[in-house]
Write a protein that binds this ligand. Structure first.
Ligand SMILES: *Cc1c(COP(=O)(O)O)cnc(C)c1O
Length: 434
């Protein structure tokens, strides 16, 4: 870091200060390739560390349960207006504490406990909150599973339709945590319409690709869209919900309710599930939304995918297998099904060398979820650091070198780790180098 930050912590709580310095050092000198991470910008972190931490403001702008919220009302309205402009939606709620709470609010607003919800299992790239058994969503609702084809790694929309017609879920989730291809929201919308199901897109992983116009915007096709703010969007750890105002199935599923869709979502977030909103996080989110409107951000969104594709091509040229044979997103899945080592072995070896990723199931995986045959690699952090195609070549070469040396990783790790640290220091990261 070029500037001395955190002088008060340094003086008053050196233990926390030291931990911050260690984390900065780690994020500054490693290749951060966890697909759900990036670097929050300095303005975002300033907003998150601001006076808005102090304020209690249960309720919504103009209708709070505490006094003294004139400024906070302006802040929340600004965040909402920016979200609506960014995604072209009718309604936005910026209060969810994170992505999972946003998704639980959607269940509350749309369904009754016991209802069927269609989602992709975690083992196939879906999220916990899409009906997985250890999550509230799988305990209180019945998951109807659909998954990418085990051979092609892609969703087969005819198969999705067949399952939907057979099972008739009341809600369909479209959006995953480990899927490297674009989603066909129009096809999802047709299927949902055929069975009178709500369609909810979860864009936690890909929101910036949508903002950049690299991926289609699900808003016109969906009843509700949920997202996080902290992944590739580079905002604070928080969530938000976008929706239509009217519920097209009000008469069918919510005839007894006097609230429309937007009102039911707001009421689900507060007071059903949450108390006071985290306004410092809302301030950070608003700052992230503003930056997301810039041409620079659009270029970032485009480069994320170009980098993932360059990385894919380079790894394939080095003889590595990629699940599904490529990517249209920010992530790719290295496929180690034919290797003797597991995904977990590879992720641990990569981490020893300064490449931070996670082990992950791949389509057709026969190993357990605790070992797996894959590693998920994402490019948002590297792209945020300013890396482009030429750098992806170097990254691919390091990954390949680690894979070739899994059996003697402790011998080679110090050398590779030092090379990567020196390489990474040459790039300025948002929130660290700026
Ligand atoms: C990350 C993620 C979420 C939300 O996660 P939190 O960790 O609760 O913020 C929701 N859906 C998908 C698809 C995700 O990848």
């Amino acid at each position: 870091m070029s500037v001395e930050r955190y002088p008060y912590l340094k003086a008053e709580d050196p233990e926390i200060y030291d931990l911050i310095q260690r984390q900065i050092e780690m994020e500054d000198t490693t290749l951060k390739m966890i697909a759900s991470e990036s670097y929050a910008s300095t303005p975002v972190m300033e907003a998150c560390g601001s006076i808005f931490t102090n304020k209690y403001c249960e309720g919504y702008p103009g209708a709070r349960y505490y006094e003294g919220n004139e400024v906070v009302d302006d802040l929340e309205n600004l965040a909402i207006a920016r979200a609506k402009e960014l995604f072209g939606c009718e309604h936005a709620n910026v209060q969810p504490y994170s992505g999972s709470p946003a998704n639980s609010a959607v269940y509350r607003a749309l369904l009754q406990p016991g209802d069927k919800v269609m989602g992709v299992p975690v083992s196939d790239g879906g999220h916990l909150t899409h009906g997985w058994k250890v999550s509230f969503s799988g305990m209180d609702f019945q998951q109807v599973a659909y998954r990418p084809n085990q051979e092609t790694g892609r969703l087969d929309m005819d198969e999705v339709r067949e399952i939907a017609l057979r099972e008739r879920p009341k809600m369909i989730w479209a959006g995953m945590s480990a899927y490297p291809f674009k989603l066909d929201y129009a096809a999802f919308a047709e299927i949902a319409k055929e069975i009178d199901a709500y369609l909810v897109a979860d864009i936690a992983h890909i929101n910036s690709l949508i903002i950049a116009g690299v991926h289609p915007n699900p808003v016109p096709y969906c009843d509700v869209v949920t997202s996080t703010a902290h992944k590739m969007l580079r905002g604070p750890r928080a969530g938000f919900i976008l929706s239509k105002v009217e519920d097209r199935y009000q008469a069918k599923y919510h005839a007894e309710s006097k609230w429309n869709l937007a009102q039911r979502i707001d009421r689900a977030v507060f007071p059903t599930l949450q108390g006071g909103p985290h306004m410092h996080a809302v301030a950070g989110m608003a700052a992230a939304f503003k930056y997301a409107q810039t041409a620079e951000f659009k270029a970032y969104g485009e480069q994320i995918v170009k980098n993932a594709q360059a990385l894919c091509a380079e790894l394939e040229a080095l003889g590595r297998s990629i699940a599904g044979g490529g990517t249209e997103t920010h992530l790719l899945l290295l496929d180690f099904r034919k290797e003797e080592f597991t995904g977990k072995d590879a992720a641990k070896a990569l981490a020893k060398c300064g490449i931070i990723a996670n082990f992950n199931m791949v389509p057709g995986d026969t190993r357990s979820p605790f070992k797996t045959s894959g590693v998920r690699l994402g490019t948002p952090s590297l792209t945020s650091a300013g890396m482009k195609e030429p750098e992806m070549k170097k990254v691919a070469a390091w990954i390949d070198r680690v894979c070739k040396n899994i059996d003697n990783i402790d011998e080679v790790a110090p050398t590779i780790r030092a090379e990567i640290a020196e390489f990474c220091r040459g790039f300025k990261k948002p929130g660290i180098g700026d």
